[in-house]
Design a protein around this ligand. Structure first.
Ligand code: PXL
Length: 280
């Protein structure tokens, strides 16, 4: 199955390479027509910068979707990420219902937290709201922190045990009935990757673990995953592609740019992604 148009529903962080400034170029390069519904506009992302501007676009979400519908514009797939507030959850669900075709693929990245902490500005009960959106998804793409928060479990740093990861996968599947692609999985100091769970089988994909962390890595990972799915690849192949592409981007970033807050230098690796997708 190949989906060629998608609606990406995330914020625009004007600087810092995350959310729509990552999803849009990656999906477009992967040959997918990408329509957007911005949830908010910030001058930068919220990690590592202070005094950023923040404008919620809550009142625009549904009117954008309704206008598309009036124009006969529908989508066979939706990919959601960072939302501007908990009030946006129900509006995003209504927007999805308004714009999607029958059997549309809904991918939800519950982008709200990392390293055991919610991103700045979100209230403590935000995960409860995000879990409602995850229940509308076919595939969810949390990191370990987000998985713990969705399940109301204590977060701990890795290395993780396989039992702990399997507990998260099963818990998330039981909570949402969505397939799970869990990022940031590592069992030893040499390798890091993702775990996929379809309700029956868990599969692990690893790449080199690099001692560096950059904002927006989750967005690069999820956007590459969605690029694979939209090009007709199955979930495991797409996750494999996302792990390998993200690893390659991080290695390049280490060489090119020392500032962690400026995001992942994915642009230089777009040709690699196209090769992985067998588009060139
Ligand atoms: O990459 C996730 C993300 C998206 N949008 C905003 C963020 C973050 C992570 O910090 O702050 C505004």
């Amino acid at each position: 199955m190949s989906y060629k148009r998608i609606a990406a529903i995330h914020d625009i962080s004007c600087f810092g390479r995350c959310s729509l400034t990552v999803a849009l170029p990656i999906l477009s390069a992967a040959g997918i027509e990408t329509a957007v519904i911005p949830t908010s506009i910030l001058s930068t992302h919220t990690g590592g910068f202070s005094g950023y501007t923040f404008r919620e676009l809550t009142d625009d979400i549904l009117p954008v979707a309704e206008h598309w519908r009036k124009e006969g514009i529908t989508v066979p797939a939706v990919y959601t990420g960072y939302l501007g507030s908990k009030e946006q959850v129900d509006l995003v669900i209504s927007a999805i219902d308004t714009i999607t075709e029958k059997n549309a693929l809904i991918v939800v990245d519950p982008a709200m937290a990392d390293y055991g902490r919610l991103y700045g500005g979100f209230p403590e009960d935000f995960p409860k709201y995000m879990s409602k959106l995850c229940k509308r998804a076919d595939i969810i793409v949390p990191n370990i922190t987000e998985a713990c928060m969705l399940l109301d479990k204590d977060y701990s740093d890795g290395p993780y045990s396989e039992d702990f990861i399997n507990e998260l996968l099963l818990g998330l599947y039981n909570l949402t009935k969505a397939k799970v692609v869990l990022s940031g999985v590592w069992f030893d100091f040499k390798r890091i990757g993702a775990a996929c769970f379809d309700g029956e089988n868990a599969e692990y994909i690893f790449s080199d673990r690099i001692d560096a962390s950059y904002h927006g890595t989750g967005d690069v990972f999820a956007s590459a995953l969605v690029s694979g799915l939209m090009n007709g690849k199955d979930i495991k192949t797409s996750a494999e592609l996302a792990v390998n592409f993200t690893c390659k981007c991080i290695k390049t970033t280490q060489k090119m740019q020392p500032n962690d807050n400026y995001g992942v230098c994915f642009e230089a690796e777009i040709p690699t992604l196209l090769k992985m997708l067998e588009l060139v």
